[in-house]
Design a protein around this ligand. Sequence first.
Ligand SMILES: Cc1ncc(COP(=O)(O)O)c(C=O)c1O
Length: 356
Amino acid sequence: MKNGGVFLDKLRRFYKHIYEEPYTGVEGYRLFYNENLFLEDNYYRALFKEVEFEEDELRFYSDPYCRSLSEEIASFLGITPDMVFVGNGVDALISIIMDIAAASRSRVVIVEPTFGMYKSKAKVKNCKTTTVLLQKNYALNLEDIHSNLSDDSILIICSPNNPTGNQFEREDMLSLVESFKGLLVVDETYVEYGRYTLVNDIEDHENLVILRSFSKAWGLAGLRAGYSVCHPDIAKAFAGSSDPYPMPSIVKKIVARALKLSDYVYEAVEEAIRVRKYMYEEMLDINGVRPYPSDTNFIFFKAEDSRRLLEELVSKGFLIRDVSDKPLCEDGLRVTIPPKEIAENFLKAIRDKVGG
Ligand SMILES: Cc1ncc(COP(=O)(O)O)c(C=O)c1O
């Protein structure tokens, strides 16, 4: 046990921030991961009903290019299959993008506050990174972003954004992609709850990359499935940088089936949006709490003494996310939109605590 000391110490220092799931072992409503809490059993039953597996699908490696799923996704979106690259969740695609950034020595420009995986993957892969802050009202700070871009930058913007919940203006996004020759990666993980998508703008903008997930609106977080839509040459670069066989065959089949059940998904999204509106308007009326408009399946809000409120909510079984450590998010909390009845009880718990 003695010889590894120096090297192990180095590893311990470098990897000390291991991701830990919040609330492990705590009972309550899971309102911290923005999973889809609206899809009912009939969706999952319909999903499994027609999915069958042959022995050889397990015995053999699956198609490394995931051609049949790429074709299904492409026909769903009305694009060509060579523009689709699939992977084990957007997380896996983020890893690939950071590998490409590190290998090509491109600078990653991250617009914060945002989903933490971008920064942590960039760090682990030793990418050159610049952080640009949003404005105080969480709009894009276009001037600041422009002044940090060069033609070999990879600009990352989550739109709709996590944790702030807003989708940035389409014109601003397009003006950014047109303003430089590097890559603009737009994370559209929450887009089904948003106002627009940039997927159809890729034809006109070769340097636009969209990331999409099956974890949120599609209710398949446990499968780990996502994809990118981009110029075929970028999709090839993703394939070149990815592990071989980037998605298990079982996952591919279930995702392909889910695409045929989009009616269930859109119905659940519509209901989540109705409850989101209800929660937002109710929260506006509570003193000491400030909700922000949302284009996602969660609400970001600020609260006086947010730590105490969080503890109180957790003690009542509402496991929501503390995001107060992110830049510009002081006193910030984030709650996944739950079905109406749970939302009512959640609002009551806040009112009981803050007296609003
Ligand atoms: C903005 C954003 N991007 C990506 C992800 C990860 O998505 P996936 O489950 O597809 O890896 C999340 C998860 O919360 C997210 O909020």
